[in-house]
Design a protein. Sequence first.
Lengths: 358, 358
Amino acid sequence: MFAIVMAGGSGTRFWPASREHLPKQFLSIASQQSLFEDTLDRVSPLVGYERIYVVVNRVHEATTRRLLGGRPAPVLVEPAGRNTAACIGLAALHLRRLAENDPVFVLPSDHFIANPYGFRRALAAAAELAYSGAVVTLGITPTRPETGYGYIEVGGEIERVQDEWYQKAERFVEKPDRATALRYLSSGRHFWNAGIFIFTARTILTEIERCMPALHEGLCRVDAALGTPGYAAALEEVYDGLESVSIDYGVMEKTGAPLLALRGDFGWSDIGSWQALYELRRDRYDEQGNLLPEHAVAVDARHNLVHSATPRLIALLGVENLVVVDTPDALLVANLSHSQDVKRFPELLRRTGRTELT
Amino acid sequence: MFAIVMAGGSGTRFWPASREHLPKQFLSIASQQSLFEDTLDRVSPLVGYERIYVVVNRVHEATTRRLLGGRPAPVLVEPAGRNTAACIGLAALHLRRLAENDPVFVLPSDHFIANPYGFRRALAAAAELAYSGAVVTLGITPTRPETGYGYIEVGGEIERVQDEWYQKAERFVEKPDRATALRYLSSGRHFWNAGIFIFTARTILTEIERCMPALHEGLCRVDAALGTPGYAAALEEVYDGLESVSIDYGVMEKTGAPLLALRGDFGWSDIGSWQALYELRRDRYDEQGNLLPEHAVAVDARHNLVHSATPRLIALLGVENLVVVDTPDALLVANLSHSQDVKRFPELLRRTGRTELT
């Protein structure tokens, strides 16, 4: 079995800790190491590092290789970010040459998973389904009426593989409004789409050919150059002409292959904001519900999150529900419940030409 | 006329901007320059820099001379801090040799005065009273039931000098409780003690002789060495044996000289906390009542004070009533209304051996 770790993403929700050159997956926000390293170490017991293909944008290649450390995972470099369909297609090209009928776990690199054992059990069960040509997705049992996630609607019989449960995935639905999310929460037929997929290289390349002919044509040109000195040039040229399309939109919503959703209950989160991070790390709260690094001191302060990328002392006094993010060139002090608006600062800074801080 | 500017104080209420080596009077918190420089420039139109005697603790001498810049004010260095009685006595020794019957303005160096014209008018009127041998203090008309200040209780006829009003000062009272402060506010007989005094060198040295015989004896030994190579050694030895006593307690409360209080209404504050500073600077609020340096950005934030000693960007989001103090090695995020507790951090840091941050 193989894994594809997609490390090409970028985002601004963790500004000022995250920057264009240092997106969320490279931050150490959920453990002592980066989310990217957590992702590798979480799946490696199942596949081994040598079979984890990391796909990364060229601008993040150096950071990626540094964080890999001694892990012998192959790195595939994209000349530009073209969303998940191209990323997965490119990795599948490489994997098809090695083992086109082996299951591949497709994993975002910036998520949190509380229970890695449960996660690997779900993947192992999904792999069994993938052998037979199915496209499998993990459907996370919703625990709140979340309006920030896409959902998978399931139907038909509930079936069992290993000790896990799955159903047919009937529909991928975009982020719902609050009323719809409340309905989904109690329907028993809607699961969070975690963007985790399991299939063989042959299956996904066949589905790309059927659903995304332009991408397929590009991949064929790359494939022809694979292992030759012309590979880099072919990749550059093909990527230059590719549209940015997600695998969800490009393939999942229109695939002809059996589409299955395996239920996952392993404490998943995409950590969409500082507040989401704060809520995930209850295990590390002090007695006043503060989540602090060692060099922070809190007096009469509760329910605060401090993230620090400097050795400076941080003193909190009489404050609550704040996120304080300390970096060498920018400091954020925000109300935790406003943390979804953090992205407004990099927008503002770009407009005023201060791109060095974005 | 002469002035004594007392720049020897230390304190922890403006931590982390203020430190042991950089007390409040050297911070630029009320204007573009330090409170110490503001103090010099405020009184210089009345006396000229050459007649402003700056008294400073040896540990702050270098900072003091740097901030003096081109101002030709004489500097008297104390080998150790021994409170205001010793400081004033030492300066009076020097001034007695120049002009023992000229009025001297004794000024703390870390206060804020909104109306320097009114302040100088009050000093000029007080000087007229001091010529006749009175000890004059400025009594600030209270504007709130402040429990953090000492009060002067006045009595007898209200009299006039130049365009100012004065009465006899009958009693100096310590910081009152809330109920007493409320009573003082409406009594018409209680004024804030700003620690500003006006007298001649002859008057104050006579009063020190009468009220503080130990200090007087020490000053006589320093006086004998004045202008000789033995001055520094004599000063060191005398200071070593001196007790720390304030001029209020040592002289004012027991003086036999006529003690007068001249009313002052020139927008005085001792800026006792970050909150006091915030409230003083209404003239610089943005539309949301934030007091920000140029390199701060506020979104949905109001009533915040940011003080910065670094060029880092500071971003506020959805927060209110905070004070954020950014320094190279320590950051404070506090509720403005808790800012009188800021001194707990240097205490805490000293206890844990992190004196480099105090």
